[in-house]
Design a protein around this ligand. Structure first.
Ligand code: M6R
Length: 364
């Protein structure tokens, strides 16, 4: 069942190129996103004046990437909401809100409750769900199914990857419908999205260096993930993955926030995983890395291929092959997943079934 892999998690990490392909290509017509087969009318994308994304855990972190992509593209407010908070707040959601609910299992109880509340408020609900016929899928107005196939490991990997690709497709279609993308621009965006598949494959070919970096992490008590903008959104997921399966205390911080308190925690050899793939803020992130470096941090740096790396800024460096910064998340996610995977495995832990966790969270 594990196809020769020692764990489901590693198998599922390797299934990501296929999962991306299976999720993206059925939604393309003449190289452009088209959701007619999903029964999602363009009207849904035209009618709203804001988007509220609601989810838990990894799905919510996919939503953070979705927001960072969509807000500048669509020029409307996009909020990301933790389902278990949203349902007890008084969310500003109405009939002009498109609520995007994200869930692998389609059964997460807090996410389901948030969906029901959104519908009561008159919002239209589009869900991004992996499990066919699940409760969230059945109760949504529209469903965009991710085609990851069954995900067995408790730590979500391939489901996150296809949730991202779904949000990118939805963002692209919405931009077309709302006049923010010409057909040419949309086609170029789709090309970039498709090129994330070979970018992911490339990382999978070079796993051994990631294992070496995991060797350092496996001895640590704490680890910090830092980045700005989209890189911060990726870091949140990287940190959740590490703590979930390796039991190492890990936190993600917007790099600019370090100096407002967190930097006090950096000591000699504290691992800092710095994600710096966004050109327009690269210099700023690098200066934040210098600050932790000066306090002795062990820095694992992830940049785009060809980025200029200042002398002595890091101990280990990984490059991702991307030309458009917005698509860096796909290969970066694989590096962060493998870092967590190898760290857990090197510690001899139960990678697929971490303590205290369940695959589907149906308690409130
Ligand atoms: O099935 P869902 O996508 O609704 O699950 C949401 C979270 O429980 C889930 O992503 C959880 O955070 C994962 N175990 C993270 O790897």
């Amino acid at each position: 069942k594990k196809n020769g892999y020692p764990h489901y998690m590693l198998k599922e990490i390797h299934e990501q190129p296929d999962a991306l392909h299976n999720t993206i290509t059925p939604r393309l017509r003449d190289g452009l996103p088209d959701f007619s087969d999903d029964g999602i009318p363009d009207q849904v994308f035209a009618d709203c004046d804001q988007i509220a994304i609601v989810a838990c855990g990894t799905a919510m972190y996919a939503g953070m990437v979705g927001k960072a992509l969509m807000e500048p593209l669509l020029k409307i407010p996009v909020s990301v909401n933790i389902a278990s908070e949203y349902r007890y707040e008084s969310p500003l959601v109405d009939e002009k809100t498109l609520v995007i609910v994200i869930s692998q299992s389609g059964e997460t109880i807090d996410t389901l409750a948030a969906l029901r509340l959104s519908k009561e408020r008159g919002a239209k609900v589009l869900s991004v769900v992996n499990v066919k016929g699940s409760t969230i899928a059945r109760e949504s107005d529209y469903v965009f199914y991710t085609h990851a196939g069954p995900e067995i490991a408790v730590a979500s990997t391939k489901a996150y990857m296809v949730q991202l690709s779904s949000l990118y497709l939805i963002g692209c279609r919405m931009a077309m419908v709302r006049g923010k993308f010409t057909e040419q621009e949309a086609a170029a965006f789709v090309d970039q999205l498709l090129s994330s598949i070979p970018a992911v494959e490339k990382i999978l070919e070079h796993k051994s260096r990631i294992k070496t970096a995991a060797g350092v992490l496996s001895k640590a008590k704490d680890a910090f993930f830092v980045g700005r903008g989209l890189d911060y959104a990726f870091s949140l997921e990287g940190s959740l993955k590490l703590k979930e399966i390796s039991y190492i205390h890990a936190e993600a911080y917007a790099a600019g926030e370090l100096k407002h308190g967190t930097i006090a925690l950096i000591e000699e050899n504290t691992p800092v995983i710095a994600v710096a793939t966004q050109d327009h803020i690269y210099g700023k992130t690098i200066s934040n890395i210098r600050e932790v470096r000066a306090r002795g941090a062990f820095v694992i740096l992830i940049t785009k291929k060809g980025a200029e790396i200042p002398e002595g800024i890091c101990d280990i460096h990984f490059e991702v092959p991307v030309s458009d910064d917005r698509f860096a998340v796909f290969p970066v996610a694989v590096i962060l997943q493998l870092l967590a995977y190898y760290t857990s495995d090197l510690k001899g832990l139960n990678v697929d079934k971490p303590r205290n966790l369940a695959k589907s969270v149906t308690v409130e």
